[in-house]
Design a binder for this molecule. Structure first.
Ligand SMILES: [Zn+2]
Length: 283
């Protein structure tokens, strides 16, 4: 009887050891996978040929966590997430189902002056360089969680343009909106969503004055179109500190804050990312 009970307890423990935040996910949202197990090592995950490392979750005992960012362009279909780890000198494999569905993002029409759209060689070279620099930052990983508290919004105003809206510029479908726009008159104080290291603090063609914060483990928050930047690259910034003032620098028509998120190099919905990241601390 005692033996059966022990076997049952081990079964239950193993059943709940591996958790996925959801089995159905919208494109551009983030999935959290966690494994709570003692005496395991080299915990890895594979999703659609991408390898993602787990990190030791400093907020929970014996817990390894992995963030799986789903690209906006990810094919809508059924996937299998493969988790593996070393236990008693053997690699153990587990599979989890994950279905990617369409986020049903809206469309909007934008009219901008044609000289901002026509490719000019100097501008093409500049934006290409800025993109390469930014991607180099987003694809690097600080192997430590740099934050201790929950992520917050950079300001609390009306959202004037949601993430993911398909953008039709002067009648042509060009891109989608890669962040969340918050209403912000020129000079509004913008605060850091959480603590981290400033990796980008520069003026860029599209984003204007831009601050990008590295929160560790491939998580980056971005603040664009600022009129003033209070920090420089390499500075440590604490959650809630005023990183700068809002403005209308870059390729936009009026002042606002464009707030964006990158996880493991992939652009994701920032408000969903905040919700998922804050689950890392929840039991
Ligand atoms: Zn925006």
């Amino acid at each position: 009887m005692k033996r059966i009970l022990i076997i049952l307890l081990i079964l239950i423990y193993n059943l709940f050891a591996l958790n996925i935040s959801q089995n159905i996910v919208k494109n551009a949202n983030t999935v959290l996978v966690e494994i709570n197990k003692k005496n395991i090592s080299d915990v890895k995950l594979t999703f659609d040929k991408q390898n993602i490392d787990f990190f030791k979750n400093k907020f929970k005992k014996n817990t390894y966590s992995a963030l799986v960012p789903i690209s906006y362009y990810q094919k809508r279909k059924d996937y299998k997430v493969i988790v593996s780890y070393i236990e008693n000198n053997k690699r153990v494999f587990k599979g989890l189902k994950l279905k990617v569905i369409d986020g049903k993002y809206k469309s909007e029409v934008i009219n901008v002056s044609s000289n901002k759209l026509k490719p000019n060689p100097a501008r093409v070279a500049r934006t290409k360089k800025e993109y390469t620099q930014a991607m180099k930052v987003y694809n690097s990983k600080t192997q430590e969680i740099l934050w201790n508290e929950d992520f917050i919004y950079p300001l609390n105003t009306k959202i004037t343009s949601a993430f993911g809206t398909k953008r039709v510029y002067n009648g042509q479908l060009k891109s989608y909106h890669g962040g969340t726009d918050f209403r912000a008159a020129n000079g509004t104080k913008i605060i850091a969503s959480n603590s981290g290291i400033v990796r980008i603090a520069q003026n860029r063609f599209y984003a204007g004055n831009s601050i990008v914060i590295d929160h560790g483990f491939g998580v980056y928050s971005c603040y664009y179109h600022l009129s003033k930047m209070n920090f420089k690259e390499g500075d440590f910034i604490k959650k809630g500190q005023v990183l700068g003032l809002s403005g209308s620098t870059g390729r936009i028509t009026g002042p606002h804050l464009h707030f964006a998120f990158r996880i493991n190099g992939i652009q994701v919905d920032p408000l969903n990312a905040i919700f998922v990241l804050n689950q890392l601390k929840k039991p």
